[in-house]
Design a protein around this ligand. Structure first.
Ligand code: FEO
Length: 402
């Protein structure tokens, strides 16, 4: 019978057999406006090997793609590079159906898979640097702990030079094209930035180590095959250099202004601050949090130099949407930011201090006393906001070495 879903050939012996999730718009707090793919790969060697699986509801799509190459029951080995459920959700059912001879994961991966699926330790652990023979080819494993889970590892397929990099070098982008060289560079850069900012920023220093470790291993990598988004088969340095740039988190002259407003006062303040940033030579980007998504603020912050946060006070607290974005970006542990707090209030005015405390906890260098306005800003108040923006731009020029 003709399979409704077809595999895509990546190299002589490797096929993409994943699933395209065109409808996904949310991924644990991250807005995936362009959907995603769950990439799984089939290696057709003496030992037929499946690298990663897909999110559980997409198992039939994956097995149909496998069946367009070989009967799924021919799979000898399964590799689990990462146990998060977008890649392992289908694993227990695939194991039941295919009955592979062995399933491999890192030692931490074995523990994580057991804690997820309670299969009675059915997984074989592999060590960092270990090689498993596939008969006429082999796979070498490279541990990538905390990139971005403790279990994460890469697998390298020697015969065709394919690095299966799980989440690293990935992006949330549903497309009919399988290869990065078939897609627009600006689109790729935006989605790769968004992915790194929202998933990998807390581990940015480890990315630098990983890039060095991979270089030192001298693996003849010809293809980078991540678990989300397109595959890199040409100009691998484009994505490797991009990761080097992201990991450095070098400040730029961009100022992210995240705020919300009750009756328009904090909005007026944010817009006056933006004018001041521009006048000082910086580039502001404003996000009003009832209309913007927290993950887009994170994306902008990855390559910004300043973070200004504004909130009205409501019931002695900062506005809920401002608390949401601060909670999110604080967890992502951005580095090398300067900033300030601002906001309006009616009688008690605690919000600005609360924002300032969180910015300090994030190690944001506060360049100025916060600006707080009672009810509605006067012309003088807005001039003060403008000055705050200009001061931020001046400090940005200093930290960027302009
Ligand atoms: Fe794509 Fe960390 O899962």
């Amino acid at each position: 019978m003709k399979e409704p879903f077809k595999a895509s050939k990546v190299t002589d012996r490797v096929y993409w057999v994943g699933a395209i999730d065109w409808a996904l718009r949310e991924f644990h707090g991250y807005a995936t406006e362009r959907g995603t793919t769950y990439n799984a790969y089939l290696i057709v060697a003496d030992r037929v090997t499946l690298v990663d699986t897909v999110k559980a509801p997409f198992m039939d799509e994956m097995l149909s793609r496998v069946a367009s190459v070989v009967p799924p029951e021919n799979i000898d080995y399964i590799i689990s590079n990462h146990s998060e459920m977008d890649h392992s959700g289908a694993l227990p059912a695939v194991i039941r159906q295919v009955k592979p001879e062995k399933v491999f994961a890192s030692a931490m991966g074995c523990k994580a898979l057991e804690a997820h699926f309670h299969m009675g330790n059915a997984i074989t652990p592999v060590k960092d640097g270990e090689t498993v023979s596939l008969g006429n080819a082999s796979l070498t494993f490279v541990e990538t702990r905390m990139l971005h889970w403790p279990d994460s590892m890469f697998s390298f397929f020697d015969k065709d030079g394919v690095l299966f990099s799980q989440d690293a070098f990935g992006m949330h982008l549903a497309s009919a094209q399988r290869f990065a060289d078939e897609l627009e560079l600006t689109l790729l850069e935006f989605e790769a930035t968004k992915y790194f900012a929202n998933i990998l920023t807390p581990y940015a220093a480890l990315v630098t180590n990983l890039l060095e470790k991979t270089k030192a291993l001298n693996l003849p990598i010809r293809v980078i095959a991540p678990d989300h988004g397109p595959i890199y088969r040409r100009d691998l340095s484009w994505i490797l250099d991009l990761y080097g740039r992201f990991a450095a988190q070098k400040p730029t002259n961009r100022a992210v202004v995240a705020y919300d407003t009750m009756w328009g006062s904090t909005d007026k303040m944010a817009r006056a601050i933006a004018e001041g940033v521009t006048a000082g030579g910086g580039v502001p980007e404003l996000f009003q949090m009832r209309k913007a998504h927290r993950s887009n603020v994170a994306t902008a912050l990855l390559e910004a130099g300043a973070f200004l946060v504004g909130s009205p006070t409501m019931n002695n607290m900062m506005f809920p949407t401002v608390a949401d974005v601060l909670n999110y970006v604080r967890g992502l542990r951005f580095k090398n930011l300067i900033g300030a707090a601002f906001g309006s209030y009616g009688w008690s005015g605690e919000a600005v201090k609360q924002v300032e405390e969180i910015l300090s906890a994030m190690e944001v260098e506060l360049v100025s006393k916060s600006v707080s306005v009672k009810y509605v800003p006067t012309k003088d108040d807005l001039a003060q906001c403008h000055q705050l923006g200009a001061k931020v731009a001046k400090r940005l020029a200093e930290v960027c070495g302009e």
